[in-house]
Write a new protein. Structure first.
Length: 292
């Protein structure tokens, strides 16, 4: 169906209020967008950070008359409140995204293929992926860095811990590359479900164990540990993540900006002999081998 979008200029203090007002005026959905292109890279758990100047966008049925809503905001915030009304093209936005998600190669052997597309090389190691609501398609530099790293390992018969498993992309790739067992851990139940569904799609559901943090096993001694999350949790959970690897195990960390890498190298250097940092589009992958 066609839509109109009403944008209201707000601040960090007023954005939530504006959002609630748009919903009260009949908006079907509300989105926050940075009005000054200032990135927020790393919210703390439970936080929803807003930029200093934020546009709050309400999506309305195209037959809605925007004038009363604009008048309402002018009455509340004054005649000079910034706003814009736009007509949106009627699209199947899910299909639009699907049409632009193509098979991608990582390293020498590994391909990540959307589940709705044909594989380009049937003889390659192909992971069929439907990310659903969970992070991890291979398009983000942090995921790409981890996939390339996994492709370069001999994982035959190995046990792998995927900390922050998201869509399951890294753990499933490890299994398709020869790993015998993967333990996936994530704080988001939707990620656990997405990982399970993708594992079934790839015929490896019997080799992957999925846990919320409270349920994760405490006695794991993995051959390989990979954690693609963010610098804050990597810092705070360092002893736990490092503890999942047995002596001599390999580790890769991503979700780290270049500016954050030196601190994390120092922290994880307590347990690991660190490799040179790999960088892709301002994001990093740290890797190393655990001390014997």
């Amino acid at each position: 169906m066609p839509w109109i979008q009403i944008r209201i200029n707000a601040t960090a203090k007023t954005a939530d209020k504006v959002s609630n007002m748009l919903l009260g005026r009949g908006a079907q959905a509300v989105t926050f967008m940075d009005a000054k292109d200032v990135p927020v890279y790393e919210p703390m758990p439970g936080e929803t950070p807003l930029w200093g100047e934020t546009e709050v966008m309400g999506l309305f049925d195209a037959e809605t008359d925007p004038a009363p809503t604009i008048a309402f905001f002018q009455q509340i915030f004054g005649e000079n409140v910034g706003y814009k009304v736009e007509q949106l093209e009627d699209k199947d936005w899910v299909r639009e995204w699907m049409d632009h998600f193509h098979p991608m190669q990582f390293g020498e052997r590994l391909w990540i293929c959307p589940s709705w597309r044909d594989v380009p090389n049937p003889d390659a190691v192909n992971v069929m992926l439907d990310p659903g609501l969970a992070f991890g398609t291979g398009t983000h530099p942090t995921t790409a860095l981890c996939l390339q790293w996994l492709d370069g390992l001999d994982l035959t018969g190995k046990t792998v811990v995927d900390f922050g498993c998201g869509s399951g992309i890294l753990g499933i790739a490890a299994l398709k590359l020869g790993a015998a067992r993967v333990i996936g851990i994530d704080i988001d139940p939707q990620a656990i479900q997405a990982s399970h569904d993708n594992a079934e799609r790839n015929g490896v559901a019997g080799q992957i164990e999925l846990y919320l943090p409270a349920d994760q096993p405490q006695d794991v001694e993995a051959d390989v540990v990979v954690a693609n999350i963010l610098a804050g949790p990597l810092r705070e959970l360092a002893p736990l993540i490092a503890g999942h690897g047995k002596p001599g195990s390999l580790m890769a960390l991503s979700g780290v900006l270049e500016s954050q890498a030196p601190e994390l190298e120092t922290i994880y250097g307590q347990w690991f002999e660190m490799d040179p940092t790999a960088v892709k589009e301002e994001w990093c992958r740290l890797s190393g081998r655990k001390h014997s």
